[in-house]
Design a protein around this ligand. Structure first.
Ligand SMILES: C[C@@]1(CC(=O)O)C2=NC(=C\c3[nH]c(c(CCC(=O)O)c3CC(=O)O)Cc3[nH]c(c(CC(=O)O)c3CCC(=O)O)/C=C3\N/C(=C\2)[C@@H](CCC(=O)O)[C@]3(C)CC(=O)O)/[C@H]1CCC(=O)O
Ligand SMILES: NC(=O)c1ccc[n+]([C@@H]2O[C@H](COP(=O)([O-])OP(=O)(O)OC[C@H]3O[C@@H](n4cnc5c(N)ncnc54)[C@H](O)[C@@H]3O)[C@@H](O)[C@H]2O)c1
Length: 191
């Protein structure tokens, strides 16, 4: 199975994470970079996730998951250590047209989490389609070391110019050259 790579608008989505362990924490940390409208349900929460929940002032329900709890959310992450509950949550979300991610059951994922690098407006997302999350993570580290310091400032400059210059062929050629020059210079620095 290959996935369509897309960058989704998450800041207006309501997100539910079911689970309060290490994996729920990992998913929460990623999601907080893109949304703050996150609710959590779990029988228990570990200390690290509790700290983050308090710091970000998130909505929390310490309880056993019950059918119906996922209703009304745009996105649900089933991050519990219980495969049958993950499956149950997935089939429940079919009724609501909610996007679901089950941390152990890839066949029950509408989307999967990539490994990603974020430097200002530059985001590089890496997926192995689930073949090897360890590869995705380590390849991210490898790529991170290749990205020049200050790329976020260069992107800021490009955005400002793009907002002020009129659209058209000339602008397209200008940016193509400017970016090629930047990349050539950075390649030379790496020699
Ligand atoms: C990228 C990353 C993002 C994140 O978690 O946010 C992510 N997993 C990461 C780490 C990681 N996960 C696992 C290991 C142990 C080594 C190994 O197994 O390789 C390590 C490495 C480590 O932790 O060192 C174990 C694991 N992962 C999944 C299963 C279930 C299964 O395979 O059935 C099991 C087995 C559990 C077990 O063995 O019992 C499933 C998924 N994990 C995914 C994403 C999705 C596919 C991504 C892709 O490849 O495209 C997918 C399908 C669903 C999803 O989670 O959305 C994050 C790196 C973040 C970073 O640092 O950059
Ligand atoms: N997708 C990934 O990236 C990835 C990586 C490693 C592990 N995993 C899988 O993630 C799962 C979770 O791992 P973990 O380390 O976070 O486990 P954990 O034991 O630390 O946490 C499990 C959480 O689920 C909650 N929970 C369990 N049953 C519940 C219920 N009925 N209602 C409400 N909450 C309930 C517990 O209270 C706890 O907070 C494991 O099954 C593991 O195989 C996924």
């Amino acid at each position: 199975m290959t996935y369509f790579p897309a960058f989704l608008k998450f800041d207006d989505k309501t997100i539910l994470i079911v689970g309060g362990g290490n994996i729920a924490l990992e998913k929460l940390e990623h999601l907080l970079n893109f949304s703050s409208n996150i609710t959590l349900i779990a029988k228990s929460f570990n200390d690290k996730i509790k700290l983050l929940i308090d710091e970000k002032n998130l909505k929390v329900f310490q309880k056993e998951y019950e059918k119906g709890d996922a209703k009304g959310y745009d996105v649900v992450i089933a991050a519990v250590d219980d495969f049958s509950l993950q499956e149950e949550i997935y089939f429940e979300t079919r009724e609501y047209k909610t996007l679901c991610n089950c941390v152990d059951l890839q066949q029950y994922c509408d989307f999967i989490f990539p490994s990603y690098i974020k430097r200002g407006d530059l985001t590089i997302a890496i997926s192995t389609s689930g073949s090897s999350p360890a590869f995705a993570k380590n390849f991210k580290i490898f790529l991170s070391n290749l990205i020049p310091v200050g790329v976020e400032d260069f992107l800021k400059e490009l955005r400002e110019l793009r907002d002020t210059m009129p659209k058209g062929k000339q602008r397209m050629q200008f940016f193509d050259k400017k970016v090629k020059d930047y990349i050539n210079l950075w390649e030379k620095k790496g020699e």
